[in-house]
Design a protein around this ligand. Sequence first.
Ligand code: OAD
Length: 229
Amino acid sequence: MKKIVVLTGAGISAESGVSTFRDSDGLWRNNRIEEVASPIAWENNRELVLEFYNLRRKQLFEVEPNEGHKWLVKLEDKYDVQIITQNVDDLHERAGSTKVLHLHGELKKVRSTKNPDLIYTLDHWELKNGDNCELGSQLRPHIVWFGESVPMIETAISIASEADIFIVIGTSMVVYPAASLINFVGNKVPKYYIDPNATMIPGISNLNIIAKKGGDGVPELVGKLLKRS
Ligand code: OAD
């Protein structure tokens, strides 16, 4: 079975009603996203950080996977499909994708600030100041913040380097190291970039641009790949 590796970003969830990070002005309540999603903000303004993620988590309980997520599941009939997502939502899993690696963490998970291996799944949306782990320390969102290392990146690089086909969907490709994954894909491997604002990426060969929304571009490409296999 050929291996398809799919790198997704906020754009694939846009048609589910989840806002992207940079399509508006990259601001939340007049704060740059990078300033809210950071260890410094957690130290200095914990309530703000908790509220930012609480609102996102609340929304996640209200939205559903869209056609983009669903058509990626169909690819599994004929390919070994591995999704690498920058998204912290669980819409790929809820659509039915079986192999999903979260590079930037997961919104529905929280972890201990004392022992990062103590990770819990929330069944409600709100994480409050004073919600503690079993060791008595504050729980924090299980999210990779700006300035923190990306623990899954080595695994993701190894997956990307094994791709027979590589698909990028709904990401501005400006946040590293996620954006560098395409550099580890073989030169001869066909690559597709589905995003209304997709442009050629310098130094990347065999790249096909599909300048469409996920809900249109993903069914179109998946349809072609299923016919071809
Ligand atoms: P961005 O907000 O930077 O980019 C969203 C992309 O989605 C843009 O390229 C849009 O053109 C595209 N887009 C918008 N609507 C779309 C649609 N209907 N179908 C397909 N594409 C669409 O989001 P990311 O690239 O995911 O990190 O951002 C990367 C990381 O930066 C995020 O994971 C997050 C953020 O800060 C952390 O929180 C650590």
